[in-house]
Write a protein that binds this ligand. Sequence first.
Ligand SMILES: Cc1ncc(COP(=O)(O)O)c(C=O)c1O
Length: 395
Amino acid sequence: MKLSKKALSIPASVTLEITAKVKQLKSEGKSIIGFTAGEPDFNTPDYIIDSAKEALDIGFTKYTPVAGMPELKEVICKKFKDDNNLIYDPSQIIVSDGAKASLFHAIYALVDDGDEVIIPAPFWFTYEEQVKICGGKPIIIQTKEENGYKLTPSELENAITDRTVTILLNSPSNPTGAIYSKEELEALAKVVEKHNLTVISDEIYEKLIYDGNKHYSIAQVSDYMKENTIVINGVSKTYSMTGWRVGYLAAPKAIASIISRVQGHTTSNACSISQYASVTAMSKGAEIVESMRQEFDKRRKLMSKLCDDLGLTYINPQGAFYMFINIKEFIGKSVDGKVINGSLDFASILTDHGVAVIPGLPFHADEFIRLSYAVSEADIVGGFERIAKFISLIK
Ligand SMILES: Cc1ncc(COP(=O)(O)O)c(C=O)c1O
């Protein structure tokens, strides 16, 4: 059977692979504490589940308009107005099968073969693969510790060529938890505007923000940025609805209509039942979202303390639910008779000691591992006991 070169060039998602391995080890009766999942561990709140049941009961089970049911687009417009002071017309909103699909359609709409897309690293690895699938060339900028692992205007300026079309920003960031301030975004926007570029701004973790920080969208910076930014968001992380597959984007009208056309021939509308339930989720959920955020914050503080106790350094996360821990000091050392050459080895050997984490390599940060704190406090404490033992064996 012939397989396409395009398809063969795409590596499997490391997160999904490791999450599956953990599930399998658990099903074999092995005790594994997993810090790998990129999703909240809470059930989807009951009021959302009830709404989905209602959708089924009333027969809301047919195609909706490709770009989303009108009621959901209205709620999304309201969210942008209330949360981000961004006024969009419903025709500028496209609802997709999860934010991953929104991103893909956005990149597909902008990128021709050989076009360059700037991606600051560390970054969520799907960006790079989607750019490649769309024929684009990912231009990866290694951000620096002293800048909080955020892109600076001069780094951006230096990476721009006459093939650059867009910049992929993610705030709050997966994996670092970094968030860009208003001032930082304003400074980046000046460079974007000077070169007449666009931005794809992934804001899926917008509601998970700590220490009194505020989320700000680069689309808010100026009229130019509003007209040249595709904002990506969704219900997965905010409402613990990862399996429901509802993401959305807001874009300038011309881009939105092209994306809608593309989506009409790829996935068509997102699941009608999930869309119906998303209207309810987004209309009513503020208190529940806040209580989940507070719970994540407690776990974030617990994990930070446990890292401090072990002398592990990490990027202090300001948002999302990941702790990016530095393992540089262990690289080149050995454990169980095996040399730790990088994050893949570290993560793989640690799994044998009952703890699953995501290696930093696919995020373009091989000196790090990513631990999700969207897990119970008991698992965090138990997992760190195992990590402490594991580290003590490294020589
Ligand atoms: C930064 C980022 N963007 C987008 C997504 C995709 O979200 P969805 O489940 O809505 O496709 C994820 C999921 O892990 C993510 O981490």
